[in-house]
Each structure stands twice: as structure tokens, then as C-alpha cells.
Design a protein around this ligand. Structure first.
Ligand code: BTN
Length: 332
């Protein structure tokens, strides 16, 4: 452990002030070294109180986001066991793609406090200011056919729904957390999370997949452009959560769901769980097909994750890559 981590560990395990002298003696370093490391910790967001003649006290860990804090909550075999954290980056999806090409393994996670070029689906911008939200991208290297890969986006949506339900204590039967097919997470019918999956593959094998997830966690307001359909978990529940805890739980749920997916290379074993969160199930939807839109009744999903809609007595599979789906009166 480096000096900064050792100091942090000591402060975390002490309820009383720790004097500068005590720290110098314990770690055999100068006062200046202690002072410099305290400043580094403060810059990382730790709320450290420094009082003359008393020393240092860590008031609370707050919502500090970094790989060490995530690791404190994480209980997985391989998911997110390697974490690359950036205080600021262009886009975690871009960083993850570079790392995947350089040989980063299955389950490597990239997390950023802030993105300067956050991207959403269909080339949209994903506003990514620091301090309140989660921006993360997971690298996967599954041995599956490239045509089965996009289904993993739905698997991630399911894992997110499970993690949110548990951490915020949403009563499962009240449908407060739902999935808008294929992969938007909605709370009280407004979007809290988006997923952008990108893939590198050849004709019959996947080189890597990057599943990028943007979660509005503690945001107290949304940018004007998205305020109509967008919200945050805090705005809907009144509860602030530690982002590290949420990331760790999402990774744990995803490790389980990913292993289930790999047994059949499709979503058949997770279909019931996914459909239990599906906001569109049984609802009339507008299918926005570039070849011509229409209104139909959403029945559920098939093993590949396509939405099955019924129109004039005929069941039609809708593929997410080509079309999107809206509620007849609005976003959901
Ligand atoms: C959507 O349009 O709904 C998808 C949004 C995905 C945003 C996340 S934030 C982390 C990762 N990095 C990006 O640039 N985009 C994804």
C-alpha cells in the first residue's frame, strides 16, 4: 500500500483525531509528506478535518468515487476485479475499447468521474458532469456468435433493474423500476439510465464488447434538453446513495446474469425476470420503423431479446438495431 492509502486506512479506522506526529512516527515520514498526502486525499473528495494541536479526522467518506472505494463493496469472482478509474476522460467507452484492444480481460471495468465526450445511442451527446452520476464501461470477451452479442445489452438492463430495486428498497410488486425495451431503465416512467453497447467482431467471433452505462444517481436536477423524459434516482426517491456501492452491486448482479446468459447464448433463462420489469409488456406501443411506423401491442421478448408485437392478429419480432419503440402517448 502506498503512503496515501495507508493514511486513509488509518483515518477510516479511527473515530478520534489522529495527530500529525502520530502519523509521522507510524509511517516514518516527514510532516510535509503527511501534509501533501492529506491534500491529495482532500482533492479526491475525502472530507478531512484538520485542527491545530489535535490532528486529522475523516468526517465521512461521502460519495467519493475511485477503484479502492468500489473494491470495498465488491464481491465478485472476476467482474470488475480490474478497474481503470479516470477523474476525467473523453468517454469511458472509448477508453474501454482501447484497453480491450490492448488485451484487457473479460470483466475489466472503466469508470470516470466526468466525461468530456460522453455519447448516447444514435450519436446523441450524453451530458457527463462530475460529482453525481455514474459513467462506466464494461469490457466483455464472450465466446458467442456476433449475432447474439446485442442481447447482452438486455442482460445488463436486467442486472441494473435488480440492483436498483435492492439498493433503493423499491417494493418489487409496485413496478417503480422498469425497463423500457430494449435497455433504458425508467423509474416512475422517466429515464434514469442509458446503455450504449459497442462491439468489435469478425464474421463468426466476437473480439470484444463494451457495454457503456450512464446512471443518473444523485443529480438534483436534469439538463433542460432531457428534463421531460429524464430523471435521477435521487429525484425519484429522495435518497442519496454511494455511487461505489451501486457500481459494486450492479457488477455482482451482472456477473450472475452473464453466467446464466452464457449457458444458452441467449436470454431464454432470464426472459421471465426481464419481462417482470418490462414497462411495455401488454401495452400498446408505437413502433418507429424507418420503413413505416405502426401501432401494435407489445407481448414480451423472444430468446434473442427481440420485442414481439401483435398487429392485426400477427406476431412480429422487432429488432432493436433498426427501430425504436415509444408509448402511444409519449416516451413510455
Ligand atoms: C443512451 O443513449 O441511452 C445511452 C447512454 C450511454 C451513456 C454511457 S455513460 C458511460 C459510457 N460512455 C459513453 O460515452 N457513453 C456510455
Amino acid at each position: 500500500m502506498d503512503l496515501k492509502s495507508q493514511i486513509l486506512h488509518l483515518l477510516k479506522t479511527s473515530d478520534e483525531f489522529v495527530s500529525g506526529q502520530e502519523l509521522c512516527d507510524k509511517f516514518q515520514v516527514s510532516r510535509t509528506a503527511i501534509w501533501k498526502n492529506m491534500n491529495l486525499l482532500k482533492e479526491e473528495g475525502y472530507d478531512i478535518q484538520a485542527v491545530r494541536n489535535k490532528g486529522y479526522l475523516l468526517k465521512e467518506t461521502g460519495d467519493v468515487l475511485n477503484e479502492k472505494e468500489i473494491e470495498e463493496f465488491l464481491h465478485t469472482k472476476y467482474m470488475a476485479q480490474e478497474i481503470h478509474y479516470f477523474k476525467e476522460t473523453d468517454s469511458t467507452n472509448i477508453r474501454a475499447k482501447v484497453l480491450a484492444q490492448q488485451g484487457a480481460g473479460d470483466g475489466t471495468l472503466v469508470v470516470a468521474e466526468k466525461q468530456t465526450e460522453g455519447r448516447g445511442r444514435r450519436g446523441r451527446v450524453w451530458e457527463s458532469p462530475e460529482g453525481e452520476a455514474i459513467y462506466m464501461s464494461l469490457i466483455l470477451k464472450p465466446q458467442i456468435h456476433p449475432s447474439d452479442a446485442s442481447t447482452l445489452t438486455l442482460v445488463m438492463a436486467l442486472s441494473l433493474a435488480r440492483a436498483f430495486t435492492e439498493i433503493y428498497g423499491f417494493p418489487p410488486e409496485e413496478n417503480e423500476v422498469q425497463i423500457k425495451w430494449p435497455n433504458d431503465l425508467v423509474v416512475h416512467k422517466k429515464k434514469v439510465t442509458g446503455i450504449l453497447t459497442e462491439m468489435s467482431a469478425d464474421m463468426d467471433s466476437v473480439h470484444y464488447l463494451v457495454i457503456g452505462v450512464g446512471i443518473n444517481v444523485n443529480n438534483s436536477q436534469m439538463p433542460k434538453e432531457v428534463s421531460e423524459h429524464g430523471t435521477s434516482l435521487f429525484m425519484e426517491t429522495g435518497k442519496r446513495e454511494r455511487r461505489c456501492k451501486l457500481i459494486a452491486r450492479v457488477m455482482e448482479c451482472f456477473e450472475e446474469d452473464y453466467e446464466t446468459f452464457l449457458k444458452s447464448s441467449d436470454i431464454s433463462l432470464l426472459k421471465d425476470a426481464y419481462e417482470s420489469y418490462l414497462v411495455n409488456k401488454g401495452a400498446m406501443v408505437k413502433v418507429l420503423d424507418p420503413k413505416g411506423g405502426y401501432i401494435a401491442k407489445a407481448k414480451g421478448i423472444d430468446a434473442k431479446g427481440q420485442l414481439i408485437v401483435e398487429r392485426n392478429g400477427e406476431e412480429i419480432p422487432v429488432y432493436a438495431g433498426e427501430v425504436s419503440v415509444r408509448g402511444i402517448y409519449g416516451y413510455v
